[in-house]
Design a protein around this ligand. Structure first.
Ligand code: HEC
Length: 507
């Protein structure tokens, strides 16, 4: 096995920390003392009183939450209630909701009285694997390779190809997990970190069906224990990172190694999404934006009664604030529709648009593709513009090299302030060698779609003709990771469906 230089340096610093810690404690790590800049947060109140239990915030705005009365609610960007109904194909009703977790860019895992459900595009769906796992979800995380991990009182699971795979070590389940976060392993491999019986571990997928659980370590002092953790995702030219909250301080591991971050007061709660980290300390709410490496602190916010519910990749957090349920953000950030954080784009054109949150209308809105301005106009704010009849046109990425890029949408307000939403994505243009339904798509349909799309609960899609007639709808549904509804699909299969459709949807 070859040793990556990064591994070598982090091993060295760990040894060093262990040796030095007994002598002079916390001095052994590089120390950051950020000076957060005060900001007046934008607040959007929820029209429904929410329960103080974890929820799911959707990066295109809104989310799925438990209401104070124990029901399941879908909120829109402006805090109003959106449609969310039990799918007619469900044989069981959810009952009182315990908590909600993120499963994918647009899908939420709902833990309720009657077990596990998925909330997806306005439907509550009973996934086929729900019988294998009762209530007891501790957390979910999605690693950079797209794998979805589920920590449960009965063990650690990976949701792959519509089935749950339990991770076992020496034949036993990984019970006793108390915290989990997606972040690269020490060698940079996409991984998920978890805290089990007080020790840190990292699980790394070594192929689509195999994984490895490695002991991992952090430069802790004697008597220092990890209490919670959070992971930031990658962007362009950066990798993901891990943040640990211990009983003494805040630690951060980037690809350059470990650092400690001193914010004045010791934090009490962490919450991360995309490139943003929210930190609650005794009396302050702080926001770290990893893309620009700046800290902000919310001013004029009474955080005495405070609880995080969910955060999304645009830098917005849903919180409980003195009896009210509110979406807080640094500025009224526009949301991007048609492109999500870390999305793999294989087509050369995509319909992408911006949605402006409620409140004062911005004076101007424009896009940036890798830093180059692209003008747009309201009310639809389409990156590719619109046809005369109002239909949004696709924006062509054909001029971009393969690899990571960013689309940003900037809203500029009359008072000179700006709000930006930056979406990193991975462009992997297709070579459109034609594929056939019978040889290339049918096996995917049978493995991942047929159980719901033959008669019920989904529309029938069980023939070539139905796939061809629904090709555009299917491509969008798998690309946006709305389908399959029972868990994520291997990115290669998503690409294969897109290639099949783009090369003529042949039989
Ligand atoms: C666990 C059940 C389940 C699985 C598995 C599943 N779907 Fe669905 N799907 C649904 C339900 C329920 C709906 C909503 C009813 C409808 O519109 O057909 C839906 C809707 C859709 C829609 C139309 C609405 C939309 O969201 O755009 C498409 C297209 C679709 N599914 C494609 C697929 C494909 C392709 C697969 C396999 C790769 C798949 N689905 C797997 C349950 C499922």
């Amino acid at each position: 096995m070859s040793m990556h230089p990064r591994t070598a340096s982090s091993v060295v610093s760990l040894l060093l920390a262990a040796v030095v810690s007994s002598a002079c404690g916390e001095d052994s790590l590089p120390l950051d003392r950020p000076q957060p800049a005060a900001f007046r947060p934008t607040e959007v109140p929820s029209s429904v009183e929410l329960a103080s239990t974890p929820g799911f915030a959707d990066q295109s705005g809104g989310g799925v939450f438990a209401s104070a009365s124990g029901g399941l609610v879908r909120l829109r960007l402006d805090g109003s209630k959106g449609a969310l109904e039990p799918h007619p194909g469900n044989t069981v009703a959810a009952g009182r909701v315990n908590a909600i977790f993120r499963l994918g860019p647009h899908s939420a895992l709902v833990e309720a009285e009657n077990g596990l459900f998925l909330a997806e595009s306005g439907w509550v769906i009973a996934p086929p694997w729900r019988d294998a796992l009762g209530t007891g979800v501790i957390g979910t995380a999605q690693s950079e390779d797209g794998a979805v991990w589920l920590a449960h009182t009965s063990g650690l699971y990976r949701l792959q190809e519509g089935t749950l795979a339990a991770l076992k070590v020496n034949g036993g389940p990984l019970v006793g997990i108390t915290a989990m976060a997606a972040a690269p392993a020490a060698d940079g491999a996409p991984g998920v970190w978890f805290l089990r019986e007080g020790t840190l571990n990292v699980a790394v997928a070594t192929s689509a069906t195999t994984y490895q659980v490695r002991g991992a370590s952090a430069p802790l002092d004697a008597g220092e224990v990890v209490e919670s953790m959070a992971g930031l995702g990658p962007a362009v030219g950066t990798s993901g990172e891990l943040w640990l909250l211990t009983n003494k301080r805040l630690l951060r591991q980037t690809r350059d190694g470990w650092r400690q971050v001193d914010l004045g007061a010791r934090p009490t709660q962490l919450l991360a999404s995309g490139r943003f980290l929210w930190v609650k300390s005794d009396d302050a709410l702080l926001l770290y934006d990893a893309d620009v490496n700046t800290w902000g602190v919310a001013s004029d916010l009474d955080t005495r009664e405070f609880r995080f519910l969910a955060a999304d990749e645009s830098g917005c957090a849903w919180v409980q604030l003195g009896g009210e349920s509110v979406a807080v953000s640094r500025a009224p950030v526009p949301r991007v529709k048609g492109l999500y954080q870390g999305m793999q784009v294989v087509e050369d054109g995509l319909v992408v648009s911006a949605v402006i949150p409620p409140g004062t209308a911005p004076q101007s809105v424009f896009f940036q593709v890798d830093g180059t301005d692209v003008p747009t106009t309201g009310p639809q704010y389409s990156l590719g513009g619109a046809e005369a009849d109002g239909t949004l046109k696709a924006y062509s990425f054909a001029g971009l090299d393969a690899g990571r890029h960013v689309v940003a949408v900037v809203a500029r307000f009359e008072d000179g302030t700006e709000a930006t939403r930056t979406v990193p994505f991975d462009y992997q243009p297709l070579d459109t060698e034609p594929l056939s339904w019978a040889a290339d798509i049918r096996p995917i349909h049978e493995a991942r779609c047929a159980k719901c799309h033959t008669t019920t609960p989904g529309r029938p899609l069980n023939t070539y003709e139905l796939w061809k007639a629904n090709a555009a709808l299917i491509t969008a549904a798998v690309r946006d990771q709305r389908m399959p509804a029972d868990g994520p699909m291997d990115p290669q299969l998503i690409t294969r469906i897109q290639r099949w459709a783009a090369s003529g949807a042949r039989p």
